[in-house]
Design a protein around this ligand. Sequence first.
Ligand code: SF4
Length: 321
Amino acid sequence: MKHPKPKVVVSKCLGFKKCRYNGQTIPSHFVELLQDYVDYITVCPEEDIGLGTPRDPLRIGKRNEKLHMVQPATGDEVTEKMQKFTDDFLKKLDDVDGFIMKNRSPSCGINDVKIYHHLDEPTGSYRGKGFFGGQLKDYYPEAAIEDEGRLNNFKIREHFLTKLYSNARFRKINKKQQMKDLVKFHSQHKYLFLAYNEVAMREAGKIVANHEHKSEEEVFRSYKEKLQEILHKPPIYTANINMIQHAYGGISDKLSSREKKFFLRSIEEYRDERIPLSVLIQLLKSYAIRFDNEYLKNQIFLEPYPPDLMEITDSGKGRNY
Ligand code: SF4
């Protein structure tokens, strides 16, 4: 299967430059792994607003009910500078498929940043949005957005990559806006979307059928919104089973009774968390090749992203998202 190269904005300190406040970098294995498979756009909001490296760390806290960003060591405030940089940078980005941000950073953190209840009396705090990372969803609601810490979890990583590559495939056909491309896109993603969100997948099918004879521009706009709904959160395991059963239904009549028994038993093993979903997918892939089933062979769920990016390491937080 041929995969596009998604555009990904990434925090520069994740292995690209020693730009952290203390002059260090934090290499990320996942960011490195993706290097040859995506087009990276690096960003370091703190350097980009003119703070040097090394620099005094920043802090976010409330003063007069408003959030401020300051360097407590000097008392310098950078709230407006950071907001202006964020607006300018995110507005002028061309289409982008995803973001990988440094976690816990007051600038790049997405939603796990320490925010002080009172900027001037830093006693109590809560977790909230970073000044730059916390605004990504407002500008790019359809993008795959994660921090490098959460990407250590297999389930989160798998969802991130699936969404990232689906976005990139859609971005490609959205440029020309030809209906035949959209029909093919929807058909090839059918089983993947069935697992993600069956109701939204069927509504997307109606958008593609276009019985109201809307313009290509309108159809693609509506489909893009629906795609965002479909890929909003990863499938639960029962939805995966439903999808596997549908795909199996397309080739089961060609299998021997022993093969059928084996496949159905494997589904039960997946249900009981004794084997991963990838075992069932590989079995279906082997049947698609063996029976030369074009429809099944072209289904994206068999390979939603480049296989070299598949790593089964996990932070141990289980299969729930
Ligand atoms: S977390 Fe963001 S702002 Fe901080 S050093 Fe890394 S890239 Fe720069």
